[in-house]
Every structure is written in structure tokens, then in C-alpha cells.
Design a protein. Structure first.
Ligand SMILES: [Zn+2]
Length: 306
């Protein structure tokens, strides 16, 4: 079933001869893998899924080699949400939230009231790109706006790229989906571009979260642009990819030093380091701790975990 709907794929589309382009993404297995070690309340999970889909759409749209980070600093139930996507579409994400505030929100659709309860008033939506080459860093910040994350993303493109952009996002426990359409600068020179853009706006507003989650990309694009020839390109795979790993945790513990690590072991019975992103626990029992400090590689320390 995953394969039929094109899960874990990002695809690009164009309207033949018209200054409009789009990107579409759906995650299934990668989205479930990303949350394998953490159980989020449904509304937080929905916002996290939308942010993951949004980070892939941003990475697909903006040209860079490196890592893109989408961050929401909120004043509602979600205090901080971070979704990262590499130029090769490796994603990871985490949300910090106030449990006492999420219970009242309920549901999986985070638009309107629910979105405001999650993100709060006066929140910030930040996009950071760390490019591999020459340590280039770019950052754009807009206020968390309107009644959905999709609308905040539209505001972001409007402010940073001056490109009219329409976005739809949806997520549930099984998948997360994003659809983004942009009107390109040369639209002013095209006869009929305004009519096409109006059609996009109407089509986007008609796409329900259910249609986004359950229908194929062909059907969604057909709903969006029923009277145009749309060229849908082959997709690129999207995967869950965290930067944590046994090696990094081993280096971290060696950098802490034998005394401190043995002290934790004595107090807790084992040493557990949990990745701050994917929450994967790395557990070291007494034997594993001793191996850390008797290995020949013990002098090769690096304090970096991320
Ligand atoms: Zn991790």
C-alpha cells in the first residue's frame, strides 16, 4: 500500500508552458521510524508531521548542499519544534511541549484554534540553511502567522523569496504530506498566468487533509489543475536519518572521562545516553563501560555528539 501512494518520496511538477511549479512530498515508513522512540500526543504529532513535510518542501525548493532546519519557537503547548532535512532528503525532528496544555487540544488537525493553541501567540518560524561549502549560513525568520503552519510557510516564501506560494500540509500517525505551488517571477509576461494562478488558489483550498493523506499525487494535482497539462517528474527518496550513533556516544562518554562515567554507573546501574533528536537510548552496562576505557581507541576522543 505504501508503494501505491508513493510514500517516502518527494516529487516536482510543472505546468506545460506556464510559469508555475510545485513540489509534493509524502512520508510513511520514514515518518514512523522518526518517532520510533517517542510517543507524541496526537495534536503535537500532527504539527510535527506537518513540519517534517514542510522541511522537505523547503529543501526541495531552495538550492543548497547541506542541512536545512525549520524551527518553531512557540508560546502555546509546543515550546520548541525542530525539523531538519538534508539536501539528500534525510529527515529528523523533535518537539518539546507542555503535556498539561496538549490534552485540551485533541484531534489531529492543527488548523485554526488548534494551531493557535499549539503554537501560541507571537511565536517565531525560523528557517536556517547550513551549507556544506565554505560554512555558509543563511537564516530567515517570520512570525508564526495565521491559522496553520502552511500559512506560516506561505508567509515565509512571500517575505524571503517574494514568490506567491500556496501550501497544504497534513499528518496523522501513518503519514505526513505536503503540497507546495509557486508562481514564478516571469508570470507577469505570460498571458493566462493570472487565470492559472486563480485556479491553483481555488484548487488548493479544495484539497482536504483527508484527500492529501489518502489520495495519490496524480489525483491531487488533477484536482488542483484540472484544465492544464501538468508534467509530474520522477521522485527522489526521503528517509529518516539521525546523526546519532554508537560511535558518537562512545566518543562522548570517553570525553567525559572514566571517573565520571564509573560514578554514573555506580549510581544508576547502567549509563544511558539518549539522543536529543530521535530519543534513541544508548545503554552501557558495567561491562560495556569498562570496555570503553580499556579499548585501544580510548585516547581518540571527540566531544562532539551532533
Ligand atoms: Zn538520534
Amino acid at each position: 500500500m505504501d508503494a501505491d501512494l508513493g510514500h517516502d518520496t518527494v516529487r516536482r511538477f510543472l505546468v506545460d508552458g506556464q510559469p508555475v511549479r510545485g513540489h509534493w512530498v509524502r512520508l510513511g515508513g520514514a515518518w514512523r521510524e522518526l518517532r520510533a522512540n517517542v510517543e507524541y500526543p496526537p495534536p503535537v504529532r500532527a504539527l510535527l508531521g506537518e513540519a517534517v513535510a514542510a522541511s522537505v518542501l523547503l529543501a526541495a525548493t531552495l538550492k543548497f548542499r547541506g542541512r536545512l532546519t525549520l524551527q518553531i519557537q512557540g508560546s502555546g503547548a509546543v515550546k520548541l519544534l525542530v525539523a531538519q532535512c538534508t539536501h539528500e532528503f534525510g529527515v529528523r525532528a523533535v518537539a518539546h511541549y507542555d503535556e498539561s496544555l496538549t490534552a485540551a487540544i485533541g484531534g489531529e488537525v492543527c488548523v485554526g484554534e488548534a494551531f493557535r493553541a499549539l503554537a501560541g501567540e507571537g511565536g517565531r518560524f525560523t528557517v536556517t540553511i547550513e551549507a556544506d561549502e565554505r560554512n555558509l549560513r543563511y537564516q530567515g525568520i517570520v512570525p508564526v502567522a495565521g491559522h496553520s503552519l502552511a500559512q506560516s510557510l506561505e508567509e515565509y516564501f512571500n517575505a524571503s523569496e517574494q514568490l506567491p506560494t500556496r501550501v497544504q500540509l497534513a499528518a496523522d500517525a501513518e503519514g505526513c504530506v505536503g503540497l507546495l505551488v509557486q508562481k514564478l517571477p516571469q508570470a507577469a509576461e505570460h498571458a493566462g498566468a493570472d487565470a492559472l494562478w486563480r485556479s491553483v488558489e481555488v484548487g488548493m483550498s479544495r484539497l482536504s487533509p483527508q484527500a492529501l493523506l489518502r489520495e495519490s499525487v496524480e489525483s491531487q494535482v488533477g484536482t488542483l489543475l484540472p484544465e492544464y497539462d501538468v508534467r509530474l517528474f520522477r521522485g527522489a527518496p526521503v528517509s529518516f536519518e539521525c546523526r546519532c550513533g554508537e560511535g558518537r556516544v562512545t566518543s562522548l562518554l570517553r570525553a567525559l572521562g572514566a571517573d565520571e562515567v564509573r560514578e554514573i554507573l555506580a549510581e544508576e546501574g547502567a549509563v544511558t545516553v539518549t539522543c536529543e533528536f530521535c530519543r534513541r537510548p544508548y545503554r552501557f552496562d558495567a561491562e560495556a563501560v569498562e570496555a570503553l576505557f580499556t579499548d585501544s581507541g580510548a585516547s581518540d576522543v571527540s566531544p562532539l555528539i551532533h
